[in-house]
Design a protein around this ligand. Structure first.
Ligand code: DQA
Length: 183
């Protein structure tokens, strides 16, 4: 089950120090592997539990479990942990954002359809102090007009749309860099 599952780091953290996050302006030759610590909350909104089965022509064939595995390994390569969660309920996503206020270094969120409707999720994200990346698997700008507006974008530090599930990994790259810059 994905919802509520916490994903930790393993000893691969030590092995994967090949991709240091560089926050400073030192030349590569002098740059040290800045240790980055923390947990990225990867939050998924309604219907994303059906990823792989739901409109695969739009969202692809990968399942959310596949995305979780890829996110874990991407974050691990930066020394970061992941808490990968999905819910169809707005209040649950809000509760996890509140939890991230205490335990999260960054949030990557695909709010699903709540993107376009939820001021409550926007308000919750506004209480979070770390980096926030908004991800959409599909290119929401190429679809129905109502998908072009995002409440979440008013808070997000960056938005990735239309890159398929790779968007999650790009978002992890970005938050890892932003977290390193503030460490
Ligand atoms: C989505 C885009 C939303 O408009 C839609 O409601 C989703 C998924 C995406 O990942 O492309 O559920 O967030």
């Amino acid at each position: 089950m994905i919802a509520g599952k916490a994903c930790g780091m393993s000893s691969a953290r030590a092995r994967n120090s090949h991709r240091p996050v560089s926050g400073g302006k030192r030349p590569d030759s002098q740059r040290k592997a800045d240790p980055v610590t923390g947990t990225i909350y990867v939050l998924n909104g309604p219907n994303l539990n059906l990823l792989g089965k739901r409109q695969p022509e739009i969202y692809g064939h990968e399942t959310l479990a596949d995305v979780e595995t890829a996110c874990l390994s991407q974050a691990e390569s930066y020394g970061l942990g992941v808490r990968f969660l999905q819910s169809n309920a707005e209040h649950q996503l809000i509760d996890w954002i509140h939890e991230a206020r205490e335990d999260g270094a960054a949030i990557v969120i695909n709010p699903g359809a709540f993107t376009h409707t939820s001021i409550a999720i926007l308000d919750a994200l506004n209480t979070f102090e770390g980096p926030v990346m908004e991800v959409h698997i599909s290119n929401v700008h190429k679809r129905e007009e109502f998908r072009r507006h995002s409440y979440v974008s008013l808070r997000a530090d960056g938005v990735i749309a239309g890159c398929g599930t790779q968007g999650y990994l790009l978002a992890i790259d970005r938050v890892a860099r932003l977290v390193a810059a503030t460490n």
